[in-house]
Design a protein around this ligand. Structure first.
Ligand code: AMP
Length: 190
């Protein structure tokens, strides 16, 4: 299986690139942000729990996210692979992921980290906020919290995969197709 972690700060273009990658490589898309937003829209207990964290730009507790991802990965049996988008976001999530994949005789092929300067990220999120309807895209303080949380809690996840020899970085500024080409070149080496 081709199991990819697409990594990067909020606004790096993970969602946009995931859409193109799942089409090209016929992969399942596992976006924890999208899964939470679906629960939120359906008013499930999980959605209600996640909302208070999401609206403030903070991370939903690890055990909640990990349980949700485990359920989703089970549905990918028989697929060519999956793209994890927005997960893992803490080292504890990365460790739990390795463990639950090992139990299923699966593994992560590699992590691709999109690098985008902070000012560009903020600009992209503000722009997205005009149409996304996402509360967390529309408020400067929430945008800043998400970037701070990324730096403090999520960035160490890149080192986690680097230690396993699985980290590749891609410059995430430029045309969508140009960046897609660079990501595809990495995947074709797996
Ligand atoms: P995203 O769409 O990836 O930007 O995620 C939106 C929000 O969902 C985040 O700000 C978090 O509150 C929550 N979330 C998504 N993925 C995770 C995760 N892996 N761990 C914790 N919280 C998450």
């Amino acid at each position: 299986m081709l199991n990819i972690v697409l990594f990067g700060p909020p606004g790096a273009g993970k969602g946009t690139q995931s859409e193109k990658l799942i089409a090209k490589y016929e992969l399942e898309h596992i976006s924890t942000g999208d899964l939470f937003r679906k629960h939120l829209g359906e008013g499930t207990d999980l959605g209600k729990l996640a909302r208070k964290y999401m609206d403030e730009g903070r991370l939903v507790p690890d055990e909640v996210v990990i349980g949700m991802v485990d359920d989703k990965i089970k549905t990918t049996k028989g697929a060519k692979g999956f793209i994890l988008d927005g997960f893992p976001r803490t080292v504890a999530q990365a460790e739990a992921l390795d463990k639950l994949l090992e139990e299923k005789d699966m593994r992560i092929s590699g992590m691709i980290a999109l690098e985008v300067p902070e000012e560009e990220l903020k600009e992209r999120i503000r722009h997205r906020g005009k149409t996304s309807g996402r509360v967390d895209d529309q408020d400067e303080e929430k945008i800043n919290t998400r970037i701070k949380v990324y730096k403090e809690e999520t960035l160490p996840v890149a080192s986690y995969y680097e230690k396993q020899g699985k980290l590749s970085t891609v410059h995430g500024v430029g045309g969508i197709d140009e960046i897609f080409g660079k990501i595809s070149a990495v995947i074709d080496q797996y």
